[in-house]
Design a protein around this ligand. Structure first.
Ligand SMILES: Nc1nc2c(ncn2[C@@H]2O[C@H](COP(=O)(O)OP(=O)(O)OP(=O)(O)O)[C@@H](O)[C@H]2O)c(=O)[nH]1
Length: 481
């Protein structure tokens, strides 16, 4: 696969020199993809999915207006072909008019949708979950608009009887939507190679570095396609509408692929599954349940796309939790987080009859440091005091900022004597910090040991009253309750 992409990239480089060649390629590609849709057509003008809509959307998204000549010419040519295929009683002039009308009706809604999505992608920070949701909504809206416009164009050019509108619009829309949701991500990725340097960072998500499959990808894909075939054979054998719904279980292997493979191979697997569904509907003559399969294609693709956003959402959640749990200046625990951890440790130590101490300390004459040396030096002193303390603690101890220049340390499984000694060692280290104006950094400490029936509040109050005593007795010392 990697080798294939190297070759594709060098071909793309050659193509990038000629705009005409690229448009020709887009034209041929669109016709080929249209034919692919026809392969799985179940009634006139309605196939299980319409992949050409996906290519139109992807081309307008990546290439923009420059793709319109190729797309419009392809729409006209396909109308001539359709006139012949469906044996319509229309002359060349009528077919040309019909083709242009179809092209305009097909292209404008997707152009509008692609432009809005581009703007979303260009706006500030690229946010993948927002982009995926935006894409799904825009795909639904632009495909319904394209459906309305194209049906109107077909009726106007006498290619579709007026009476067929009510039975055609829904399968037509769902087929178009499936085409966009399934095919557009894949073709956007391929076209971004042919038309390099789109203004936004799509490359980060479906770019070349994402085009590496894990060694297990083909097994996962084979398993998914086998399960898909099995589910559809079951529907064929059972011959009941309910059995057709088994295909929705395919969401699970697709989520698995989406969570473990790159975005590009996620798009490849969704496209292949959708094609298989459409093909099997035809081969197994499952036309009676075709709407179930159309919905299944959309649900599987939308789910797999949304799964791409899951790691980003998880990371954002983690980041938010981290921010809430950390004091931004000193990077020790925030007051709330400290209190939660303290309550947990207290109940655990009470239950297991283990010792626990709470130590509270406050920088001495901190206001003077701020006033004489400035707030930024004051901030540095707070940071250094935390670093010094953390160096002397064990990983199981928790230090948090209680407010201003006051800090609390929870030391589970530790006796009071050991905590008093730690406090004294912190004082020694703080005194070594060099400040201008012959100022010194020192702190006063209060220590309290856990007693039965204690809560965080009662333990803290005892330690705080010991701290008050340390301040009263001349500061830079440890007092205990
Ligand atoms: N630089 C800085 N100063 C802060 C911050 N938060 C609180 N302060 C200041 O810390 C000082 C706290 O002073 P106190 O604890 O009341 O008194 P003190 O000067 O330390 O005196 P004693 O505690 O009695 O030794 C106040 O001047 C606050 O403005 C901070 O995040 N950064």
């Amino acid at each position: 696969m990697t080798h294939f992409y190297q070759r594709l990239s060098s071909f793309a480089r050659q193509l990038s020199t000629s705009m005409l060649l690229r448009n020709l390629l887009l034209f041929v590609l669109w016709l080929a993809v249209w034919m692919l849709g026809l392969l799985v057509e179940y009634t006139e003008h309605a196939s299980v999915w319409f992949p050409a809509a996906g290519l139109t959307f992807a081309a307008l998204f990546i290439v923009g207006v420059r793709a319109i000549p190729a797309l419009l010419s392809a729409c006209v040519l396909i109308t001539f072909w359709a006139g012949h295929y469906y044996q319509l009683q229309l002359d060349s002039w009528q077919l040309l008019q019909g083709g242009l009308l179809f092209g305009v009706a097909h292209i404008i809604p997707y152009y509008a949708g692609a432009r809005i999505l581009r703007q979303l992608a260009n706006r500030g920070q690229f946010n993948l979950p927002l982009f995926v949701i935006g894409f799904l909504l825009i795909a639904a809206l632009s495909s319904i608009l394209a459906t309305i416009a194209v049906i109107a164009a077909l009726v106007l050019s006498a290619m579709l009887p007026f009476s067929a509108i009510s039975s055609t619009w829904l399968p037509f829309w769902i087929g178009d939507l499936a085409g966009v949701v399934v095919i557009a991500p894949l073709f956007a990725s391929v076209l971004s190679v042919l038309y390099p340097a789109p203004k936004f960072v799509l490359e980060n998500y479906i770019g070349p570095q994402q085009r590496i499959a894990t060694a297990q990808f083909k097994y996962k894909l084979a398993l998914t396609l086998s399960l898909l075939t099995l589910a559809m054979l079951l529907a064929w054998y059972a011959n009941t509408p309910e059995s057709a719904f088994a295909v929705f279980f395919l969401v699970i292997p697709h989520m698995w692929i989406a969570c473990t493979e790159s975005a590009f191979f996620n798009a490849v697997s969704v496209a292949l599954s959708s094609f298989f569904i459409a093909l099997l509907v035809n081969l197994l003559a499952l036309m009676d349940y075709v709407m179930v399969y159309q919905f299944a294609i959309n649900v599987i693709a939308a789910n797999a796309l949304f799964a791409l956003a899951v790691p980003t959402l998880t990371a954002a959640n983690y980041q938010l939790r981290l921010i809430a749990a950390t004091d931004s200046l000193t990077q020790v625990a925030s007051r709330d987080h400290l209190q939660q951890r303290a309550e947990l440790e207290i109940s655990r130590c009470l239950e297991q009859a283990q010792p626990l101490c709470l130590m509270v300390f406050d920088i001495d004459h901190f206001k003077q440091i701020n006033d004489q040396l400035g707030h930024s030096v004051g901030d540095q002193v707070l940071q250094q005091a935390c670093q010094v303390t953390q160096h002397l603690l064990r990983p199981t101890d928790v230090i948090g900022r209680y407010g201003g220049d006051e800090f609390v340390v929870i030391l589970p499984n530790t006796e009071q004597d050991a905590v008093v000694a730690i406090g004294q060692r912190i004082i020694e280290r703080l005194l070594q910090i060099e400040l201008a104006d012959q100022l010194q950094v020192s702190a006063s400490f209060g220590v309290a040991a856990l007693q039965s029936g204690d809560s965080f509040r009662s333990l803290f109050e005892r330690a705080d009253s010991a701290l008050y005593r340390a301040k009263q007795q001349g500061r830079s010392q440890v007092a205990w309750h």
